[in-house]
Design a protein. Sequence first.
Length: 95
Amino acid sequence: MNITGIELFAGAGGLALGLEQAGVDTVAVVEFNHAACETLRCNRPSWNVIESDVHDVDFSSYCDMVDLVSGGAPCQAFSYAGKIEIGRASCRERV
Protein backbone atom coordinates (compact mmCIF):
# COMPACT_ATOMS: atom_id res chain seq x y z
CA MET A 1 0.00 0.00 0.00
CA ASN A 2 1.37 3.39 -0.99
CA ILE A 3 1.18 6.41 1.27
CA THR A 4 -0.49 9.37 -0.41
CA GLY A 5 -0.05 13.00 0.56
CA ILE A 6 -1.12 16.54 -0.08
CA GLU A 7 1.27 19.43 0.45
CA LEU A 8 0.11 22.85 1.68
CA PHE A 9 2.19 26.03 1.34
CA ALA A 10 4.31 24.08 -1.13
CA GLY A 11 6.62 26.85 -2.30
CA ALA A 12 8.93 25.39 -4.94
CA GLY A 13 8.27 21.87 -3.62
CA GLY A 14 11.28 21.05 -1.46
CA LEU A 15 9.34 19.28 1.28
CA ALA A 16 7.17 17.47 -1.26
CA LEU A 17 10.29 16.30 -3.11
CA GLY A 18 11.72 14.90 0.10
CA LEU A 19 8.48 13.09 0.82
CA GLU A 20 8.48 11.75 -2.72
CA GLN A 21 11.97 10.34 -2.14
CA ALA A 22 10.65 8.73 1.04
CA GLY A 23 7.94 6.98 -0.98
CA VAL A 24 4.95 9.29 -0.58
CA ASP A 25 2.78 9.64 -3.69
CA THR A 26 1.79 13.30 -4.05
CA VAL A 27 -1.91 13.74 -4.75
CA ALA A 28 -1.81 17.55 -4.86
CA VAL A 29 0.28 20.55 -3.87
CA VAL A 30 -1.22 23.91 -2.90
CA GLU A 31 0.63 27.20 -3.37
CA PHE A 32 -0.61 30.66 -4.26
CA ASN A 33 2.65 32.21 -5.51
CA HIS A 34 2.50 32.05 -9.31
CA ALA A 35 6.26 31.73 -9.86
CA ALA A 36 6.47 28.86 -7.36
CA CYS A 37 3.55 27.12 -9.10
CA GLU A 38 5.28 27.46 -12.45
CA THR A 39 8.40 25.89 -10.93
CA LEU A 40 6.31 23.01 -9.56
CA ARG A 41 4.61 22.46 -12.93
CA CYS A 42 7.95 22.51 -14.74
CA ASN A 43 9.72 20.13 -12.35
CA ARG A 44 6.83 17.75 -11.70
CA PRO A 45 4.33 17.96 -14.58
CA SER A 46 2.41 14.96 -13.23
CA TRP A 47 1.61 16.71 -9.92
CA ASN A 48 -1.74 18.37 -9.41
CA VAL A 49 -0.67 21.96 -8.66
CA ILE A 50 -3.45 24.00 -7.11
CA GLU A 51 -2.60 27.69 -7.48
CA SER A 52 -4.70 29.18 -4.70
CA ASP A 53 -4.77 30.33 -1.11
CA VAL A 54 -5.43 27.34 1.16
CA HIS A 55 -8.44 29.20 2.60
CA ASP A 56 -10.11 29.01 -0.81
CA VAL A 57 -9.51 25.31 -1.56
CA ASP A 58 -12.26 22.75 -1.05
CA PHE A 59 -10.40 19.71 0.25
CA SER A 60 -13.50 17.50 0.61
CA SER A 61 -12.69 15.51 -2.53
CA TYR A 62 -9.38 14.42 -0.96
CA CYS A 63 -10.85 13.03 2.29
CA ASP A 64 -10.71 9.35 1.32
CA MET A 65 -7.56 9.50 -0.79
CA VAL A 66 -4.94 11.23 1.40
CA ASP A 67 -2.97 9.61 4.21
CA LEU A 68 -0.66 12.54 4.99
CA VAL A 69 -1.11 16.30 5.01
CA SER A 70 2.20 18.15 5.10
CA GLY A 71 3.21 21.74 4.69
CA GLY A 72 5.73 24.43 5.33
CA ALA A 73 3.50 27.07 6.83
CA PRO A 74 4.99 30.53 6.35
CA CYS A 75 6.49 32.42 9.26
CA GLN A 76 4.01 35.21 9.96
CA ALA A 77 6.65 37.82 10.69
CA PHE A 78 8.26 37.34 7.28
CA SER A 79 5.37 36.21 5.10
CA TYR A 80 4.49 38.40 2.14
CA ALA A 81 0.98 36.96 2.35
CA GLY A 82 0.30 38.44 5.75
CA LYS A 83 0.43 41.95 7.06
CA ILE A 84 4.08 42.62 7.74
CA GLU A 85 4.71 45.25 10.37
CA ILE A 86 8.33 46.32 9.98
CA GLY A 87 9.96 47.25 13.25
CA ARG A 88 7.33 45.60 15.38
CA ALA A 89 8.87 44.28 18.58
CA SER A 90 7.83 40.69 18.16
CA CYS A 91 9.58 37.65 19.57
CA ARG A 92 8.89 35.97 16.23
CA GLU A 93 11.05 38.54 14.44
CA ARG A 94 13.99 37.92 16.75
CA VAL A 95 14.21 34.16 16.23
